[in-house]
Design a protein around this ligand. Structure first.
Ligand code: EPZ
Length: 416
């Protein structure tokens, strides 16, 4: 079993190009089956979640190969509409394929994706929007059997701005007759990237980034080449690491407007941050102040995915920061592991209070989930002594090569 070893205490210095966004490329890979032709993705991150999506595409009958540094999908010969349990269980967000399979084939069969480390991951909103488009969905023994021979576009109001349900609705609406208007849609930048991809395929989609998205169905007509947007949470991770250790780090190929709530919190904690077209520079003395109250919220609010990561950066700060996790029920599982390193964190329901301590100590810790694992990287870099991180498969779901990236910034880190 591999694990990551960190000798903490050194500053981070240097420049790094940020990888493509996991949460953009996963729905785009599902969308690639909408058109019986080729999709070429540039800046596609090499992640275990991407490989899981590739296995699903191949199972469905598509060709999916890495060529010239990009990922190429040929969906012309798609032959199946089912996703078996073992593929669904590899990646909870596989449910994003449901709308696209229905749009392309009119049938779909997949096992219920089930919960994950963040708590129950219901898909009621996904199913509600598909039913409103005319799909007949039956849940039998943990399996979803779906038929949608004639989906018809209409106005659909989401009860909450779910990222996945918005994306599933967009993909299903591409196969519906007429126009679909999504109201109270999620506004995350990854949805705007999906819209750009769909328009590149010939679809007529507009409004992404706002709460109202309009989709004209049955327009997916040609091959598309798309460059995946930068990963704003990976960028937040490396900025938080530099904030925690002290030093100066420049991130390239990043859209600073996508993580402005994170940089605002880091600035409040005492970091100096400069941003311009495509880059962000962060300078820190490594002794951060409290950042006030951090409330996670749908975009453009503070991203839930950065909650654990910012928390890790503030562990050695002066004063107390209050976190309120408003998106997921069970997103403080990293706290116990951080406390093994000497952190002072108290959790009550959705609220976690982080009180800065003079120093953290390296320890043997275990990843509990993707972003909780990233938080352990940040804490280990700023701790005194050696930190050993196990269950790193969680990290590999969303970070192409965190060891390579952090080593490029001067971290004493290795994969063993
Ligand atoms: C996406 O998950 C991201 N994953 C998550 O990133 C991210 O944390 C989340 O959006 C919020 O930004 C991908 O894009 C692959 P939601 P998703 O539907 O779509 C509830 C990471 O670390 N809900 O916006 O699953 C749900 O339980 C991952 O990269 C329902 O109740 O998030 C949650 O409390 C983790 N019913 C809230 O809505 C539904 O049908 C927001 O979930 C769907 C969601």
């Amino acid at each position: 079993m591999s694990y990551i070893i960190i000798q903490g205490g050194g500053k981070l210095e240097g420049a790094l190009t940020v990888q493509g966004a996991k949460n953009s490329v996963l729905p785009i890979l599902a969308a690639s089956i909408l058109h019986p032709g080729r999709t070429t993705l540039r800046n596609c991150p090499r992640l275990s979640d991407v490989e899981a999506s590739v296995r699903i595409l191949r199972h469905l009958g598509c060709r999916a190969e890495w060529e010239d540094g990009g990922l190429v999908v040929d969906a012309s010969s798609i032959s199946r509409w089912d996703i078996p349990d073992h593929l669904m269980r590899e990646m909870r967000s596989s449910v994003i394929f449901l709308g696209a399979i229905l749009a392309r084939l009119g049938w779909a069969e997949l096992s219920h994706p089930g919960g994950c480390e963040l708590g129950p991951r219901p898909i009621d909103l996904h199913l509600a929007v598909l039913r409103q488009l005319g799909a007949d969905l039956r849940e039998e023994g943990g399996c979803l059997r779906c038929m949608a021979q004639q989906m018809a576009g209409r106005e659909i109001a989401l009860s909450l701005p779910s990222v996945g349900a918005t994306e599933n609705a967009m993909l299903a609406a591409c196969g519906a007759e007429g126009e679909t208007i999504l109201v109270n849609a999620a506004r995350e930048p990854e949805i705007a990237d999906l819209q750009e991809f769909l328009c590149g395929m010939g679809c007529k989609v507009k409004g992404a980034g706002s709460s109202t998205i309009c989709i004209q169905g049955r327009q997916a007509t040609h091959d598309v080449c798309h460059t995946v947007m930068p990963d704003r949470i990976v960028a937040a991770t490396y900025l938080s690491a530099a904030a925690a250790t002290g030093g100066e780090v420049e991130l390239r190929q990043v859209n600073h407007s996508h993580l402005s709530t994170v940089t605002a919190a880091l600035h409040a904690a005492g970091c100096q941050i400069y941003s311009s077209a495509g880059q962000i520079v962060l300078r820190s003395d490594g002794r951060l102040k409290a950042a006030g109250t951090v409330r996670t919220a749908p975009y453009p609010g503070f991203p839930t995915d950065a909650q654990a990561i910012l928390m890790a950066a503030l562990l050695r700060g002066h004063g107390a920061t209050v976190f309120v996790e408003n998106i997921f029920e069970n997103r403080y599982r990293h706290v116990d592991e951080l406390c093994r390193m000497g952190a002072n964190i108290s959790v009550s329901g959705r609220v976690a209070v982080v009180t800065g301590v003079p120093a953290l100590s390296g320890a043997k810790v275990r990843c509990t989930d993707l972003r909780g694992g990233a938080a352990l990287l940040v804490a280990g870099l700023s701790a005194v002594g050696e930190t050993q991180i196990s269950d790193i498969f969680h990290i590999q779901r969303g970070y192409e090569d965190a060891v390579r990236d952090l080593r490029a910034l001067g971290a004493r880190i290795a994969l063993v």
